[in-house]
Design a binder for this molecule. Structure first.
Ligand code: CA2
Length: 144
């Protein structure tokens, strides 16, 4: 079983602008941190990012078929995508939604997420450490 850490639109640009909102960690550094954390927790993880919503849907279908847990930062698709909600509703493994920023402290259009109602848990506003916490929860729950 592999924990799929999936990242949506524009997160590959992390660390290049808006450090006051998203911090200064680059996407490559985030991948490094998560791979190191996974080794320490003896978890098998795969970290990916896409700017293509269809590709993200495909990865979720693959995780569903493989029975893989998912840590997901859906980025802007959180606020727009019923297709993402529908794909995730079919996932029969743990799902943690992660947002680097606290979406509830920001513009009103970010306050609703189509993902939260099908997630086991939501972490928002704790920076990139939110992903580490999600992996720790997976480990505590024995999802490895
Ligand atoms: O806080 C989060 O993690 C978000 O999911 C990030 C999304 C945003 O649309 C959500 O409302 C909240 C934005 C991802 C774009 O990230 C960038 C970061 C730095 C530079 C460019 C893009």
């Amino acid at each position: 079983m592999t924990i799929q850490v999936l990242n949506g639109a524009n997160l590959g640009r992390l660390g290049t602008r808006e450090p006051e909102i998203y911090g200064s960690t680059t996407y490559a550094q985030l991948v490094d941190v998560l791979e190191t954390t996974a080794r320490e927790l003896e978890l098998d993880v795969r970290v990916r990012q896409t700017d293509d919503e269809a590709e993200l849907l495909r990865w979720i279908h693959e995780a569903t078929d493989a029975g893989d847990p998912v840590v997901l930062n859906p980025a802007s698709w959180s606020h727009t995508s019923v297709a993402l909600h529908d794909a995730l509703a079919a996932l029969n493994t743990p799902l943690v939604e992660v947002h680097i920023s606290n979406i509830h402290k920001r513009e009103a259009f970010r306050h609703h997420s189509y993902v939260s109602s099908v997630a086991d848990g939501v972490i928002a506003g704790l920076g990139v450490e939110g992903y580490v916490l999600a992996l720790q929860w997976m480990s505590l729950r024995g999802h490895r």
